[in-house]
Design a protein around this ligand. Sequence first.
Ligand code: HEM
Ligand SMILES: Cc1cc2nc3c(=O)[nH]c(=O)nc-3n(C[C@H](O)[C@H](O)[C@H](O)COP(=O)(O)O)c2cc1C
Length: 1011
Amino acid sequence: MNKPLNARSAPVADWVDIKTLYEDPYPIYQRLRREGGVHWVPSVNRYLITSYDAVIATEHDQDTFSANETDSLQIRAMGHSMLRRDDPEHYRERRQWQSVFKPNAVKNVWTRTFHEKGREQLAFLIDKGPGADLIWDFSAPFAAECLKSLLGLYNASAQDLQRWSQTLIDATGNYAEDPAVWAAGKRSFDEVDVALDEMLEWHLHHRDHSLISSLLSSPEEQMPIEKIRANIKMSIGGGLNEPRDALGVAAWAMLTHPDQRRAVERDPSLWSTVFDETIRWIAPIGLYSRQTTKKTVLAGVELPRGARLGICILSANRDESIWERPDEFDIHREVKPHLAFSKGTHVCLGARAARAEVADVAMPLLFNHLEGLEIHPDQTPTVGGWVFRGMLSLPVTWRDVRPLEGSATSVPVSNPAAASEREAAPHVAIVGSGPAGCFTAKEIQRRMPGAHIDLVDRLPVPYGLLRYGVAGDHQGTKAVSRQFDRLFDSPNVRFVGNTTIGDQVSFEELRANYDAVVLACGMCADRRLDIAGERLAGVFGAGGITRRLNGHPDETDTPTLGRRVAIVGQGNVAIDVLRLLSIRSCDLEGSDIDDAVHGALTREIDTLHVIGRSSAEKARFDPVMIRELGRFSNIEHRLHGVDLERVPEGKDARLDALRTLPGAGSVEVDGRAHMTVEWWFEAVPERIDGQRRVEGMVLRHGGETFSLEVDSVITAIGFVPDKGDAISRALAELPDAAENGRVEAGLYLAGWLRRGARGTIPDQRTDARALAGVLGADIASGDVRCTRQGLAPHPEATDIDGWRRIDHVECTRAASGRVRTKLCTLKALLESARDNSLNIERETRGGAGHGDIPEDLSVSILFGTESGNAELVAEELEQALDGRCEVAVSDLDGIDPGALDPERFYLIVCSTYGDGEVPGSARDFYQALRDDAPDLSGIRFASFGLGDSSYARTFFRGGELLTEALTACGATRIGEFGRHDASGSLAASDVALDWAEGVLALLAEEASMPA
Ligand code: HEM
Ligand SMILES: Cc1cc2nc3c(=O)[nH]c(=O)nc-3n(C[C@H](O)[C@H](O)[C@H](O)COP(=O)(O)O)c2cc1C
């Protein structure tokens, strides 16, 4: 790491004392973060790393920040486990542990066991009666019993495990060298060895799913006994107290936040959110150690070689630069990646199991079955700790017990709030039928099957930005609309098109006639640059250009862009515009681009300037979009304001992506380049020059000011609401919406109108789920009453059959190489919508037409995984496709790429490991592609990557590498990359299912196109 010129020596925090840290570390951490986040703390005899960014930096760089600490107390207390090793030694041990904690093992084996243990412990708690302590009479023995099963240490009692866990952990933190603590630790150390030896012998003859059994399953690879012993002790230390504390704090949080408790009781899917917010709020492992292997600089502070660090998760998880109001427990907050399970090499192996124990089993069990559960009115719960933090006591009482038989965690039908919500039949109007509106409709329908929903749109066609914003060559993304088509199969959901609020229907009428109104009409006005010259002819907004290319009926004029065009902005919208203006019509095969418009816009262009204020490393584009551009070798790219040599390859995703652009890195430009793209980073537009039309743009860049000769300027710096419309005017009179989208009972905001113009299509689904919960809560509490009847559509309104007719006409008249040719005027759209002679029943209703899977399709789902998430996703995709086509699943491990079958279609699901590498099970396959380069022409596949966006530089790179290797061998990729972000709140399988539907719709569309 280069030492920045202004690196300083570590500030000394001599005011920090351990007693206060134990009681309440948060004010101390807040000050440490404010003062930079890296301090020498004499009382702890370590550097404490407290800011989120600094913690992340240590977690992603094991070469500099080693887990293998010299004179480690943990090694002395438990032996040398994987937790105190670096790769590759660490990984060899971790692999042996991995299979037992795999997601499908947790799903198919352990969750059932946890249910049994939960029921037993709940019976024990109930026996103790009101006044019992939730931690010591439920949480601790429950976690101990679960751990016993996971490990297969059946000869130990729950009390043994609790004692071992506590004394081993105490010894790990015995900085004071207290001999009594060492003695207790040593006793446990020996007792564990005896118990383990006995069980190793037992498991030789009694194989089951447990860890000890699995360690014996491949004798040739078996770990040496000393390593097994150390790792078992570490797992006893880590596998019991943390779920106990997560459970204890989650229960405390619910008992002290009644509104949030009610929300969860109504929507049990929120237990998982409760779990994450709990361990963000109070991380069970508050601190762990690392040691520098060399002199380095962290957050601007010099650290010597051999420096001992305390990585303060408790603090990083409350960093105010990441979370708003970080000290508050709030399950409705925006999801950001918390660090409670660590990241990187040592990321918790037991995370899935812990989530199942706490969120899937214990919390629902307690709160569903103990009626009136509350903190004992005469006692006060206590919380403490800083290395490990959790409840020291949580005395509780309850009024009554609901029966335990049947599924212990199912919501009892007698839950009045949930039942009243499920039975509710509100009339809901959703204004705007883009992704936010449609997802909201879907989620309301899911929670309240009796709801009557009208999706109102000012255009005669639904789907908003999917149809008119997403670029025409991204048909896979557009195909998300296929799942929305199914919404309208229900007689309770209507599309009311050609209806403008404030015109055919007033906002007040809407409010008066619907129990609830959700405004999801987005933002479509281009944000202004606010510089001189912006009003000259030749300045356009990116929104207008995208709408024009997408055949939007409001954009009827095709602008003249001239030869040299400046695009201001480097976000994804800017890159979409850049791609569509730079590639040729023949490269748009399979799109629904309007060729006449595309030709007219691009005819003269020979130079595009792309201008952004940020550095290349911080530019707002998605690296995938840049790689996509890199495929066109007849465009020459020149970079200004970035030195690709400065950062080695593989260290920054954006720079790596820029390297793939022909002319910018080592990739050659095709001799017949027809276009030059000049990239300006860290460049600020000062003014636009020209007499009547744009003639130039003045930029400040690299300390100089100079002028670019351009004929037009396209601004792509975001969107704002259209202030002139009736919705904006009505909203201006009302209070601001709360963070959860609620303006007042019965009026809600969704999508961009709620959060501003940011967020991807999958984000809309998360928000929609939460918003449906907010509406449900208002209905259950009586704030929203279900008494109104909705409005009859006005005479000029169009319905979903109208859209089906338009869809039919557009697909039928598709030009060669295009999936549709859009009707671009309101008149043409309305004529087709009302043309009853068109027979749309058979082809489109019920998704049976070109939106469904092609006949005779055979699909192979191949997964590349490290810890099993990709495998679980592959299995769930298989289940979803089963019955719709012939489908098979297999691990990439053991597959010969040369044996791929052109008769099958491949869905590849692959995670990312290490520093942007392909995962273990895909490694040989990937290597064979690289080394043998088999001819894969004729093979067709689609790619779904699993990753974690907190690995900013390498987000889902493993899946990308695999895809690149396949296409380099001649295979054809269909649709866009799908991807799942493990830091987000969406389930990987939900995201993968949406993506797969899009891919299959593309295949179907292709199959239905004339040859
Ligand atoms: C809410 C509960 C849990 C939390 C917050 C948690 C947290 C953590 C953290 C922060 C680490 C990394 C520590 C470091 O790098 O020094 C870790 C590692 C680990 N955890 Fe967990 N843990 C939990 C539950 C469990 C459970 C139930 C098990 C197993 C039964 C488990 C097994 C492990 C193992 C084996 C490692 C070492 C991974 C490696 O070194 O590669 N954890 N955990
Ligand atoms: C040690 C480790 C390294 C990782 N490195 C990356 C990475 O470089 N980029 C990324 O996007 N995700 C990374 N991830 C996140 C995983 O890809 C993600 O958790 C995924 O869901 C794992 O799927 P799997 O269980 O199928 O392997 C990493 C995870 C771990 C545990």
